[in-house]
Design a protein. Structure first.
Length: 598
């Protein structure tokens, strides 16, 4: 008998259809719109188009995100500390929506901005999802210090063209809650997907260096980013060799470092004028411990201070001495003076000049990129042309500058490395204060117990003041556009930048023993200041011996910074409002780096 019913599908067929349905539902959940489009890393890092990125999140979360910051004191004391927290939001990349991602602010000091912040977008912070094949997060840099808007792009491109591992990059139009924030640099994050692509395996230890170096006293400033059971044992071994007296054992170093690879990394940093990189400023780099051969490989990062021979703060301080050989950092300096490394470096640089440094191609690339984004700039980015022309001039002049410097051999190259930043405890401060919002006045009261290097400090008089923090230079402060290098002509953060500056509480007095003026400056964001009455809040700031060296202390000495807790019993941000509380602070001195060679 013939049945009028359709035949039932087989178990195998039903299972296959279930898998298809599950995959469709998964893609719909991942992309939000259900188009089924799978984004890839190649989609993100195209340099011939602008990726359109739309971010949506609660306005209150955006306000919280943008207001988060770090103080100068905390940044130099512990650069690995990340004072930024994730909030949940949705992101749309070229029409493909990804829901429930983690969004946070990023930046060190000069790139911080309360209106156009740099951003980290982590896809799986809240939901187990992998919506973009080949990357697990986005790094969106606001270009605040990349005045030409092309420094990062040209830097990473040069490293890659020389056969070295460097992040891919592109450009993005970024909009948050309907407000266009302008052109951002979209940089491939140095995380496991990058490591797997670059080295074949991502299981090795990854370290990040921010104002830090391979030096025994500074190893606590080297941040472990990934790697199962990763520790600092191997980097510390290298650091001890580099810090030891006598000649460097080159064979020992080559057992830990791919020196030929590193010579090219170092030469490129010097060639492109990367004043804020590893070789010159002990900053902006990653080190990967490659499990394939047990060697360290350096990876460039934070390249908004390259293709520039004159703007850098370190150059104005006199640290850059040779155009062809940036040699401040521990590894580069010790290597230069070891065995035949100087000759090998010279050969590496000349090979780069012959095979990689193509002036006309670089100029053509700058012209192409300018045409690509010129109609998509934010009003704060409209003055890029002067800086971009300076990059063109740098490119045209660099070959002659480097060749002339190579001809001078070791002239101008420091014979010892610059010790990196490290901190030592130097004092404690406890007490209370009472004042009013505004200028310091004689009616303010301060009770201060200050101990410096086991010696109690006595004062003849003390005053307290509270008011908005005034930023001067160095990127214009959080929110400010800043002049080139943040010099006296740079804008200060403030109302013109549509942001609320942090509160500054200053305790000033005259030391009885030598009539020396002393100032303790505590910084706190206004939101915590107003809401913090009755509870303890964390604060950071500076300790200054004003007449002996201005802002950071005595000439040649280190910067003294403070951190601890503040408990407010009164707080108000209007003229005449009472401000007062108690504090418990530790004082540390940051030595080495840009502050001293001790």
């Amino acid at each position: 008998m013939q049945s009028n019913h359709l035949p039932l599908p087989s178990i195998e067929s039903r299972f296959h259809k279930s898998l298809i349905l599950f995959a469709a539902l998964f893609m719909s959940a991942s992309t939000g719109f259900g188009q089924g489009k799978q984004l890839t890393s190649d989609d993100l890092f195209q340099t011939d188009k602008l990726v359109d990125i739309q971010i949506q999140l609660p306005e209150s979360d955006w306000e919280e995100l943008t207001s988060q910051t770090r103080s100068f004191g905390s940044a130099f004391q512990d650069p690995s500390n990340k004072p930024f927290s994730y909030v949940k939001g949705d992101i749309t990349i070229d029409g493909v929506q990804i829901k429930s991602v983690g969004i946070r602010k990023k930046g060190f000091i000069g790139s911080l901005d309360d209106y156009r912040p740099s951003l980290k977008i982590k896809f799986d912070e809240y939901v187990d999802q992998d919506p973009v094949k080949g990357v697990d997060r986005l790094t969106l840099n606001n270009n605040k210090q990349d005045y030409s808007l092309v420094s990062q792009h040209l830097t990473y491109k040069t490293f890659r063209e020389a056969g070295l591992h460097a992040p891919r990059n592109g450009f993005a139009r970024v909009t948050v809650n309907g407000e266009y924030l302008g052109l951002y640099s979209n940089i491939e994050s140095i995380r496991k997907p990058f490591l797997k692509s670059a080295f074949g395996k991502a299981s090795g230890a990854l370290y990040e260096g921010t104002l830090s170096d391979l030096y025994p006293k500074a190893m606590d400033r080297i941040e472990i980013k990934s790697g199962k059971d990763a520790n600092l044992d191997r980097p510390l071994k290298l650091a001890e060799w580099l810090a030891a007296d006598g000649d460097l054992n080159l064979a020992e170093v080559e057992a830990l470092v791919d020196v030929d690879y590193f010579l090219n990394f170092w030469a490129i940093e010097s060639l492109i004028g990367f004043w804020d990189g590893y070789a010159n400023n002990q900053n902006n780099y990653f080190i990967y411990d490659n499990p394939e051969n047990g060697k360290f490989y350096f990876i460039p990062w934070g390249a908004d201070g390259a293709f520039d021979s004159g703007r850098g703060m370190l150059r104005r301080m006199g640290d850059v001495q040779s155009t062809a050989v940036y040699a401040q950092a521990m590894l580069v300096n010790r290597l230069y003076w070891a065995g035949d490394t100087a000759q090998r470096y010279d050969a590496a640089m000349r090979t780069l000049l012959e095979n990689v440094w193509k002036e006309e191609a670089l100029i053509a690339e700058i012209d192409r990129i300018e045409k690509l984004f010129s109609k998509d700039l934010h009003e704060r980015q409209a003055d890029y042309k002067e800086s971009m022309n300076q990059v063109r001039e740098f490119v045209r002049a660099r070959r002659g500058q480097v060749t002339a410097a190579l001809a001078k051999g070791s002239d101008g190259i420091p014979t010892t490395p610059r010790k990196p930043m490290y901190s030592i405890p130097v004092g404690e401060a406890k007490g209370s204060f009472a004042t009013t919002w505004g200028e310091a006045n004689n009616e303010s009261k301060v009770d201060l117990n200050l101990v410096m290097t086991d010696e109690v400090v006595e004062f003849t008089k003390m005053t307290a003041s509270a008011g908005p923090m005034q930023f001067r230079g160095f990127g214009g402060g959080p929110g400010g556009r800043g002049g080139r290098g943040g010099g006296p002509g740079g804008r200060s953060g403030g109302a013109e930048d549509n942001q609320v500056p942090p509160v500054s509480i200053e305790l000033s007095g005259v030391r009885k023993s030598d009539n020396q003026s002393i100032t303790l400056t505590l910084m706190i964001d206004q939101k915590s200041f107003i809401a913090g009455v009755g509870s303890e809040v964390e604060v950071n700031g500076f300790f200054r011996e004003v007449s002996e060296g201005g802002g950071f202390g005595r000439p040649g000495g280190g910067m003294k910074s403070v951190s601890g807790t503040l408990k407010l019993n009164a707080a108000g941000a209007k003229s005449g409002d009472a401000v007062g509380g108690t504090f418990d602070l530790n004082i540390v001195e940051t030595r080495g780096g840009m502050f001293s060679r001790r």
